[in-house]
Design a binder for this molecule. Structure first.
Ligand code: ZN
Length: 272
């Protein structure tokens, strides 16, 4: 674990705590109060945008490969996940790339959790304008949401690099070595690898929704991956809510800061 100067680390809960005026310190009473405050804000908002990261999916059993406690904290054969999931590695060592992909990136058993389900209800009520996600698991779509901007793509969306034929995740999961199309081309996931640019139209849509939002909920992300993280700076609305176990770049701008697990917060919201 890496500790930064000025931060206190709770060795029992493995949580990093920054002292501050709107810090809930893990106090359950204070947490309940913050969940109520969030409920209030949501009920007053008409154009909510949710910006989420890996912390949204961990309650669905999908580990965060960037977090310190994540399964991939230790390197594989001396290679970090970021190196394996890069454009150059994909082209230079496709077999190893797909081994890693099948082993760590595909979670067919995972389903939507309290966060996904709550956001689906909000979209049905026409108060959620969009979900901007850095996750590639496709769980927001699986929950039923339509207005989803998947900045880094979706593992369920795969295509042949020769003929463009579409393939489900199973085509990769059930393959061995390098997955091949009927035409002989390589089937690749339609996800953004490290070193590749984001899809322009997805970015434009996501930024437009964030710019026009009255409430932005940033959750389950420390905002360390660019350029996605900087999109939150487009927000000019009233309520910036940050929910994360660890400090984030947006903490200082937050009007409501909840230091905790996003799925726990949304489970609390779901209880009447
Ligand atoms: Zn093909």
């Amino acid at each position: 674990m890496k500790y930064e100067t000025g931060l206190q680390v709770d060795m029992y809960q493995h949580k990093t705590i920054i002292p501050g005026k709107n810090e809930n310190d893990g106090d359950p009473m204070q947490m309940a109060g913050k969940v109520e405050e969030l409920r209030e804000i949501i009920s007053r908002s008409k154009r909510i945008v949710f910006f989420g990261g890996a912390g949204v999916s961990t309650a669905s059993g999908i580990p965060d490969f960037r977090s310190e406690t994540g399964l991939f904290a230790q390197e594989e054969n001396g290679l970090s996940p970021e190196m394996i999931l890069s454009k150059s590695f994909f082209y230079l060592q496709p077999e190893k790339f797909f081994d890693f992909w099948r082993k760590h990136m595909l979670h067919p058993e995972a389903g939507p959790n309290a966060v996904h389900r709550y956001l689906y209800e909000l979209e049905k009520q026409d108060r959620l304008r969009g979900i901007v996600t850095q996750n590639i698991d496709g769980l927001h779509r699986q929950a039923g949401n339509i207005r989803v901007y998947e900045l880094h793509g979706n593992v369920n969306d795969n295509y042949c690099m020769e003929c463009n034929a579409a393939y489900p995740a199973e085509a990769i999961l059930q393959s061995e070595g390098i997955p091949r199309c009927e035409c002989g081309g390589v089937i690749r996931p339609n996800v953004v690898l490290y070193g590749e640019p984001l899809e322009k139209y997805v970015c434009i849509g996501a930024r437009r929704e964030i710019t026009n939002a009255d409430t932005l909920i940033v959750a389950g992300t420390s905002l360390t991956v660019e350029p996605a993280a900087s999109f939150t700076e487009d927000f000019a609305g009233k309520n910036l809510i940050v929910i994360n176990r660890m400090p984030t770049k947006a903490d200082e701008r937050a009007t409501l800061l909840i230091r905790g697990d996003v799925a726990e917060v949304f489970s609390g919201l779901s209880r009447e």
